[in-house]
Design a protein around this ligand. Sequence first.
Ligand code: ADE
Length: 269
Amino acid sequence: MRFDVVSIFPEYLAPLDLSLIGKARTQGLLELAVHDLRSHTVDRHRTVDDTPYGGGAGMVMKAEPWAQSLAQIAAASPVSDGAKPTLIVPSPAGEVFNQQLAYELAAEEHLVFACGRYEGIDERVLEWAAEEYNVRPVSLGDYVLNGGEVAVLAMVEAIGRLIPGVVGNPESLVEESHADGLLEYPVYTKPSSWRGRDVPEVLLSGNHGKIAKFRKELQLRRTAVRRPDLIAALDVAAFSKADKNVLWELGYAIVNGRAVQRDAVVEPD
Ligand code: ADE
């Protein structure tokens, strides 16, 4: 899999040389190149921005350096004939990045990231790029960063670790938060008693069935408290009786295969 990142701050992407992603690059599991947008400017000041048409605060990134850079990257794309690379444009105005999108993007051959700064990139670049790319504006969440670089660090890590071979033990991908629509259960290590706090007894029992049941219950409890939006999105039709009982205890009824907060169900008069 190949990643290309375009930025006016290439040094911002230096952490991608480290840790699991750095190691995956050295092992040839993924290729990643960072490009300086300013290398496609022609003026003395290497200008990449200008004032917005229609007025308003801040500056907008000029179209031409982006077109030059993206055309060069598309021309060298490894994607098979007829397919297009995907262009991710980090933006608070994009679709929200999540684990499902990470899985979807990890199946692609070539991802290109266009890190905008200031008020964003001239919109015509995104329209123009659609000829050569599948263009996807993507947001990290409902808050505003100063530029796309931090979002790219997060997305490359989340996507890169799903590429086969990058994470040593693929089992750990199955059990982590969001893999099954729930938050991960809490974890503990030695010593079993620490500063007066004991590890839950069942985890020391060696009874794998009981441990799995206990962990699932904690996943449900934690998700209900921290992320009730995830509980509402669950398909609970195939849940075990025990899991349904936990949901009931947490204040949910099962209506048409969905967990609905019982106090939200309106009884007919
Ligand atoms: N650039 C600025 N804010 C952003 C966000 N929330 N997500 C992705 N890219 C951004």
